[in-house]
Design a protein around this ligand. Structure first.
Ligand SMILES: [Fe+2]
Length: 199
């Protein structure tokens, strides 16, 4: 169960439209290292996580990533509102506009729609946490790429916040991996599945 708070986790107040930036930022909405994939990855991995503190962490981070999805969607919306045809054409936003008008659609900057193939759920706590550590670094890199492309302080401020949160998540998942390792019997280290460790 979730409780919905009717405000963004971090405020988004972009005054200047910038469809070119929106077409890049959309990747963190539905791209391969975006917030939708992050939240689904952790929400899905939590079921098979055997340690309750790590299961709780996966749920907490998943919910926060959903909050980030909302922030990124607000950024895309604010960057593209009230555009005229000339601005759409000039900024190269015409391809996106053709398919989605001003709607916020989960796709990568390269144009392909969100695919669950960009995330993994392996059901092994060590494997899944390594996936999560890599995912957080990939999300950090993407935000850094976006920061290189951005010049509006209103956009930069939010991107910096989101980048920072990826670093915090990486640290939390590192701690979680430590917890899992402590609880593993050395013999079972690479084969946590109890069925495999009977031999
Ligand atoms: Fe994250």
């Amino acid at each position: 169960m979730f409780i919905y708070e009717k405000k963004l986790q971090y405020p988004v107040c972009i005054k200047k439209p910038d469809p070119r930036m929106a077409a890049a930022i959309i990747s963190q909405y539905g791209g391969p290292d975006g917030e939708l994939g992050a939240s689904l990855r952790y929400l899905s991995q939590r079921f098979s996580m055997p340690h309750k503190e790590v299961k709780g962490l996966l749920t907490d981070v998943a919910v926060e990533e959903l909050g980030h999805l909302e922030i990124v969607g607000a950024m895309v919306y604010q960057l593209t509102r009230n555009l005229n045809e000339e601005q759409i054409k000039k900024a190269g936003f015409d391809a996106y506009f053709t398919d989605h008008t001003q709607g916020v659609y989960p796709q990568a900057a390269a144009g392909f729609p969100y695919t669950a193939a960009s995330m993994a759920v392996k059901g092994d706590p060590v494997t899944d946490l390594h996936e999560d550590l890599a995912a957080e670094q990939k999300a950090r890199t993407t935000y850094e790429n976006l920061l290189l492309l951005a010049d509006d302080p209103d956009v930069i401020d939010v991107l910096r916040y989101l980048r920072e949160r990826e670093i915090v998540h990486y640290q939390r998942f590192s701690e979680a991996l430590g917890i899992v390792r402590e609880k593993l019997d050395e013999r079972n280290f690479y084969a946590f599945n109890p069925a495999l460790s009977l031999k």
